[in-house]
Design a protein around this ligand. Structure first.
Ligand SMILES: Nc1nc2c(c(=O)[nH]1)N[C@H]1C(S)=C(S)[C@@H](COP(=O)(O)O)O[C@H]1N2
Ligand SMILES: [Mo]
Length: 257
C-alpha cells in the first residue's frame, strides 16, 4: 500500500509508465472496493456499487454516530497537512478573518460567506468514524454548517448534478486538490462544512478553516481547505475529469463505506 504522500510524488512517474489500472492495484484500494483491473470495467463496477448501495441504503440514512467516550485520543492528519502557499499563509496570519467560501456555477443566486458569517448559521455536531484507504480509522467530533442550508440559499438549478469542492492545496506538480459529490448528497443531514474538530477550532493539518464531512464515504472524499464550491452538470473538464484528485489517479468516485 502506497501512502498518499508518496503516491503524490510518484504519480508523475507512474502516469507515463504503468497507467491508472496499476495505480489502483498499488494503492491497495482493491481491499476496500471491488477488484477492477481496467478503467472501463472499474467505471461500470463503480456505477454498480453506487446503484446497489443507494438501493440497499435508505436515502438519507445516517452514518453511525458515536459517544464522547469513543473519540480517538489522536486524530491523525493525512495527505496534505499545510497548503504551503503564500496566499494561504496570509490567511493563517490573519486567522482567516478575510477568508471567504464562494458558491458558484449552476445556482440561482451565487454568493460567498465569510468564516464569521458561516459560524453564525445554525450548526450541527456529529461524532463519526473516518476511514482512510491507507488503513487507519479515527473517531472525531465535527461541528460545522450543514451544506444543505447553504444550498437552500444559493438554489441549485435543475441542471446541477455535482458539487465540486476546490481546495487551497496543490501537489508537487502544482495540481490542486479537489473533490465532488452529487448535489443530492449535499442535502444529507450529516454533510457539513466543518470548522471545529473535537470542540476546538479546526487546525491547519486537519483542513482549516473549513473542510467537508461527507459521512459514509472514505477519507479522501473529506476535502480539506475548501475555498470554493462549484455546481456543475458534468465533471468533464474539471481537473482530470474523474471528479477528484485521487479519482483522477484511479480511486472510485463513489467511495461508499
Ligand atoms: N485538500 C485536501 N483534502 C484532503 C486531503 C488532501 O491531501 N488535501 N487528503 C484526504 C485524505 S486521503 C484523507 S484520509 C483526509 C485526512 O483528513 P485529516 O488530515 O483530517 O485526517 O483528508 C482528505 N482530504
Ligand atoms: Mo486517506
Amino acid at each position: 500500500m502506497i501512502p498518499h504522500k508518496q503516491a503524490m510524488k510518484r504519480r508523475q512517474f507512474l502516469k507515463g509508465t504503468v497507467g491508472a489500472a496499476s495505480l489502483v492495484a498499488l494503492s491497495g484500494c482493491d481491499n476496500l472496493t471491488q477488484s477492477s483491473w481496467f478503467p472501463a470495467i472499474l467505471n461500470k463496477a463503480e456505477r454498480l456499487t453506487e446503484l446497489v448501495q443507494r438501493a440497499v441504503t435508505p436515502k438519507g440514512a445516517l452514518a453511525k454516530e458515536y459517544g464522547e467516550a469513543d473519540i480517538s485520543k489522536i486524530f491523525p492528519a493525512n495527505g496534505n497537512t499545510d497548503p504551503g502557499t503564500a496566499q494561504y499563509a496570509d490567511h493563517v496570519a490573519l486567522n482567516f478573518s478575510d477568508w471567504t467560501l464562494e458558491v458558484v456555477g449552476l445556482v440561482q443566486a451565487p454568493r460567498s460567506w465569510s468564516l464569521a458569517a458561516l459560524k453564525e448559521l445554525p450548526s450541527r455536531t456529529q461524532i463519526t468514524r473516518h476511514d482512510c484507504v491507507e488503513g487507519w480509522s479515527a473517531i472525531g467530533k465535527w461541528t460545522g454548517v450543514p451544506l444543505g442550508d447553504l444550498m437552500h440559499q444559493v438554489e441549485p438549478l435543475p441542471s446541477a448534478q455535482y458539487a465540486v469542492f476546490h481546495c487551497a492545496d496543490v501537489d508537487d506538480d502544482g495540481i490542486a486538490y479537489y473533490e465532488s459529490i452529487a448535489v443530492a448528497d449535499c442535502y444529507h443531514p450529516q454533510t457539513i462544512l466543518a470548522y471545529e474538530l473535537n470542540g476546538a477550532t479546526l487546525d491547519v493539518p486537519h483542513g482549516a478553516p473549513l473542510r467537508l464531512r461527507f459521512e459514509r464515504q472514505l477519507g479522501y472524499k473529506q476535502a480539506k481547505y475548501v475555498m470554493k464550491i462549484e455546481l456543475v452538470d458534468s465533471l468533464t473538464g474539471i481537473g482530470g475529469g474523474k471528479g477528484g484528485y485521487w479519482e483522477d489517479q484511479g480511486y472510485e468516485w463513489y467511495a461508499g463505506i
